[in-house]
Write a protein that binds this ligand. Structure first.
Ligand SMILES: Cc1cc2nc3c(=O)[nH]c(=O)nc-3n(C[C@H](O)[C@H](O)[C@H](O)COP(=O)(O)O)c2cc1C
Length: 209
């Protein structure tokens, strides 16, 4: 299958096979690949929470517009942001960069100041939106990664973030939920799999200048 065939194979799955589980290797691939997502300044304000626990996921269904994919998929990925991120996170990033690239931290002082200033320049709403944008890039990447790897998924924004935060105790991790992605394997009976893709013609989608 070429990339277009793989992307046509992908769809927002409505019915997952509760019996089929992703292997540890497949989960590791999703994590590694998502972790390679580009982020603004490279700051990575977004993380992935993996929920395998079935009871927790059953509880989350009622706060996900009743969408069963949350409980029925092999695993539930919750894409989160650390909306409190500030100087500490920039310092950690500087240290990670210095360590991994074997350069003195002092060489990164200018960049550090600039990023700290950028974060301080936003109010809470702007910061949340900026980080949520980063989370959406992770989601988009994961959808493509899943398609390439033959893993099914359903992007979900229809859920109550504050309930997820509470049930998954995300405050403890300094995180807030932004998006949800159940991953696993489709059921053959899911009629959405065979529906034609509804997209504009490429000639309408692209604007040539
Ligand atoms: C940010 C985002 C949020 C979405 N939320 C939901 C959702 O809550 N439930 C759902 O079934 N599909 C959801 N979708 C899937 C879209 O409805 C779907 O991708 C679109 O209709 C195109 O269909 P396809 O992905 O099957 O090709 C969401 C997609 C995106 C990108």
């Amino acid at each position: 299958m070429n990339i277009i065939d793989k992307l046509n194979w992908r769809y927002a799955v409505k019915q997952f096979d509760v019996e089929k589980k992703l292997s540890e290797e497949q989960i590791s691939t999703l994590v590694r690949a998502a972790n390679l997502t580009a982020t603004s300044f490279g700051l990575q304000p977004s993380k992935i929470v993996i929920v395998e626990n079935k009871e927790l996921r059953e509880e989350l269904v009622q706060y996900s517009w009743g969408q069963r994919q949350v409980a029925d998929a092999s695993h539930l990925l919750v894409i989160t942001i650390n909306s409190e991120a500030g100087d500490n996170e920039v310092d950690e990033y500087v240290k990670r960069t210095a360590d991994l690239r074997s350069i003195p931290e002092e060489n990164l002082e200018g960049m550090s100041k600039m990023v700290k200033g950028f974060l301080k320049g936003m109010d809470d709403n702007q910061k949340h939106a900026w980080m949520a944008n980063q989370a959406h890039i992770v989601l988009g990447n994961l959808l493509t990664i899943c398609a390439v790897e033959g893993i099914d998924a359903c992007p979900i924004a229809g859920f109550q973030p504050e309930k997820y935060d509470e049930i998954l105790d995300l405050k403890m991790d300094g995180q807030k939920s932004v998006l949800v992605l159940p991953v696993g394997f489709r059921l053959d009976s899911d009629k959405y799999a065979s529906l034609a893709k509804v997209r504009m013609a490429d000639s309408d989608y692209v604007i040539m200048k």
